[in-house]
Design a protein around this ligand. Structure first.
Ligand SMILES: Cc1cc2nc3c(=O)[nH]c(=O)nc-3n(C[C@H](O)[C@H](O)[C@H](O)COP(=O)(O)O)c2cc1C
Length: 359
């Protein structure tokens, strides 16, 4: 049980600009982690192990990418009860992202819009932070260490720099893959942010084929050289039609990818039409993306068969939403916006509900 009820912190945070609140929270987590202050947000890590992509996930609730882009707060996040934490997106070089303001709350719909644009400190700083985390420093890979003694999996999410032309995107992904590989339980190839020009074009037939073929080849080299085959997941958008999803599913399987993360934020605005900030450019997350993500997950499950790993993300604001995502076909789930609206207690609530589904 956390000592600080989120209901007390939320009005204070929501009184601030969204990105300022985010930065303040991340600073507090970074400073407080590995100290007694951690009890302020600490939660039970529900034990509900599941085997997926050759890994043992301690429970079925993970943190989605983008909250901790620089991997500064891994230990603090681990203490919230997640079974797995995904940090990044990291790009080869540090970059500032888009001009501010670039993150907006739509509280009437439990939603956010962001157009951050992969603001991050770059690969070297990212890896140094990962190495400093207790989860990594104390344990072997895939045997990290939580306060409660349960292993936590660490996903490292990679992307491309804004300044890299899209035709050279593969170079950026390969540079990041090589850098993060020794430190990751799994690597996520993010080709679905709406905030980097043309990034989503990498989801289409030929571009996806070229990218994944290069990634698969480099992964085999790294696996041979390092004696460890790290699973690779590909993260896709909710704004895809059935034909595109079918092609993506076939391409993932053809290149031996180990899983798919569905989905990123949406560029659709129907669900928030007319509300303040609804007209902001960027990706919409939270409750309005739940159904669109679930629809993609259902189509992926039908196309990929029962055993291909699907990580479901988008719009989980309650334990029931997490259960619904598993029912749609996901094996495990991730949360981002739900954490902003509901606080860390949502993590163990959702994990308990998923554990109880099995009983
Ligand atoms: C502010 C913000 C930043 C994000 N940054 C990233 C990112 O860097 N990489 C990524 O793969 N997804 C990123 N995402 C997408 C989330 O990981 C997630 O896929 C999406 O928000 C849907 O889940 P949710 O409704 O639980 O937030 C970001 C989302 C938000 C709200």
């Amino acid at each position: 049980m956390s000592l600080l009820p989120y209901a007390l912190a939320r009005p204070f945070l929501f009184g601030m600009d969204a990105e300022a609140a985010h930065e303040l929270t991340m600073d507090m987590l970074a400073r407080g982690q590995r100290t007694p202050l951690q009890w302020a947000w600490c939660n039970e890590t529900v034990g509900d192990p599941v085997q997926l992509a050759g890994l043992t996930f301690p429970n079925r609730v993970g943190l989605a990418a983008g909250l901790d882009k620089n991997a500064r707060c891994i230990d603090a996040l681990a203490a919230m009860g997640f079974g797995f934490v995904e940090v990044g997106t990291v790009t080869p070089k540090g970059q500032p992202g888009n001009p501010r303001p670039r993150m907006f709350r739509i509280p009437q719909k439990n939603a956010l819009i962001n157009r951050l644009g992969f603001n991050n400190d770059g690969l070297d700083a990212f890896i140094a932070n990962v190495q400093r985390s207790q989860v990594r420093a104390q344990g072997n890979l895939a045997q990290g260490n939580l306060a409660q003694g349960k292993p936590l999996l660490l996903g490292l999410n990679i992307g491309k720099n804004a300044a890299t032309p899209i035709e050279r995107a593969t170079d950026d992904y390969l540079a990041c893959l090589e850098g993060v590989y020794p430190h990751a339980d799994y690597v996520t190839v993010n080709i679905s942010s709406p905030n980097t020009q043309n990034l989503r074009a990498l989801q289409s037939d030929e571009a996806l084929d070229t990218l994944l073929s290069a990634i698969a080849e480099r992964r085999e080299q790294l696996a041979t050289a390092q004696g460890r085959r790290v699973p690779i997941f590909v993260k896709i958008a909710p704004d895809l039609d059935a034909d595109q999803i079918a092609v993506i599913a076939a391409t993932l399987q053809r290149h031996g990818m180990d899983g798919v993360i569905a989905t990123n934020t949406t560029i659709a605005r129907d669900a928030v039409q007319g509300l303040p900030h609804a007209g902001e450019t960027g990706g919409l997350s939270g409750a309005p993306v739940l159904e669109a993500s679930n629809a993609v997950i259902r189509q992926l499950r039908a196309a990929l068969g029962p055993s291909f790993p699907i990580i479901g993300v988008g719009g989980i604001l309650s334990a029931e939403d997490a259960v619904g995502k598993i029912r749609a076909g996901a094996d495990v789930v991730q949360i981002y916006t739900g954490l902003i609206y509901e606080g860390p207690a949502l993590v163990s609530r959702a994990a308990r509900a998923l554990r109880d589904m099995r009983r």
